[in-house]
Design a binder for this molecule. Structure first.
Ligand SMILES: Nc1ncnc2c1ncn2[C@@H]1O[C@H](COP(=O)(O)OP(=O)(O)OP(=O)(O)O)[C@@H](O)[C@H]1O
Ligand SMILES: CC(C)(CO)[C@@H](O)C(=O)NCCC(=O)O
Ligand SMILES: [K+]
Length: 282
């Protein structure tokens, strides 16, 4: 009897600055529903590579065809080259027949006239490309993606699909950490906000305005600064292009920034997954 793989499985990986996110793509995306296997593991921790390998094992065992030895391909979008090397080495040592493909900026079908395309973060290009694709089906207009991760990036793509560049600033968590580390009087309040952020419970309330104690003043400060940067960027693009823009909001801190925005937006927590999926399957 043939031992050949009967199914193939594609796993999308977003290797960010703080977290790694993995998803089964294509048809297999459904197989993991209800198993909460979308691993979100801090890269700083020693065990993160083991966690991903465990997740890959669990995912394969959850395939509907019990005897399958699927051919597994990892499609990796990474902003950290050194860690990508370690990641691929680990995959090869655990699962020698797994294949991987590391995406580069040349894989993203978005034009740009920027001088150094290869230096633009793959996350910026991928999310901009998929948001622009989505916009084409709706109202035409420039696309802006605000990705609130470790860094907050805000990027502009023209109506014809040209990546125009953007803005990069410290993300919410980084702003909080720098306050906590450099201003002793604020470190306890910052610690408490960070703990709330990391709790699996979604935020229940938006801090009231203005902040009436240290914690809420810090929260109002960092959220309004992120939201104001995004609103200002939107305003500038609208001014320069004389049309309404479509703003997409993604990244771990997007839901907390959203209530402070004046601009209309669409919140898409998994824009990176959608982008990798679309790149591979469409
Ligand atoms: N379990 C968690 N671990 C770390 N950050 C979390 C967690 N849950 C929510 N967050 C929030 O998500 C933010 C990180 O967002 P995201 O996961 O998009 O970033 P990232 O992948 O590290 O960054 P980037 O993609 O910019 O490199 C943190 O600032 C934090 O506030
Ligand atoms: C800006 C970040 C860190 C955001 O994740 C990433 O896109 C990156 O490492 N970019 C490289 C520099 C650039 O995009 O111009
Ligand atoms: K990101």
């Amino acid at each position: 009897m043939s031992q050949d793989p009967v199914e193939s499985l594609c796993i999308g990986v977003d290797l960010g600055n703080t977290r790694v996110k993995c998803w089964a793509l294509g048809a297999a995306a459904d197989w993991q529903q209800g198993l909460s296997l979308a691993d979100q593991q801090a890269i700083r921790s020693a065990a993160w590579l083991d966690r991903v390998m465990q997740w890959r094992d669990q995912l394969v065992h959850s395939l509907p065809i019990a005897s399958a030895q699927p051919a597994v391909e990892w499609v990796i979008a990474s902003v950290q080259a050194t860690i990508t090397g370690r990641f691929c080495d680990r995959i090869t040592s655990h699962f020698p027949s797994d294949r991987f493909r590391v995406l580069s900026s040349a894989d993203v079908p978005l034009r740009t006239r920027l001088p150094a395309r290869q230096k633009i973060g793959i996350d910026r290009l991928l999310t901009s490309w998929v948001a622009w694709q989505n916009n084409r089906r709706g109202e035409p207009g420039p696309t802006i993606v605000a990705d609130a991760g470790s860094a907050l990036t805000i990027d502009w793509t023209g109506v014809e699909g040209e990546f125009r560049g953007g803005a990069i600033l410290p993300g919410v968590q980084l702003q909080l950490q720098s306050l906590g580390e450099h201003i002793p009087a604020l470190s306890a309040a910052v610690e408490s906000i960070i703990q709330q952020h990391l709790s699996p419970q979604p935020a229940t309330s938006v801090p009231s305005f203005p902040g009436m104690d240290t914690e809420s003043a810090i929260a109002v400060g960092v959220y309004t600064s992120a939201a104001a940067a995004i609103d200002r960027f939107v305003q500038q693009v609208e001014l320069e292009s004389a049309t309404r823009v479509q703003l997409w909001l993604t990244g771990g801190d997007a839901p907390r920034i959203a209530p402070w925005l004046k601009s209309q937006y669409r919140l898409e927590p998994d824009l990176m997954r959608d982008a990798i999926n679309r790149l591979i399957y469409v």
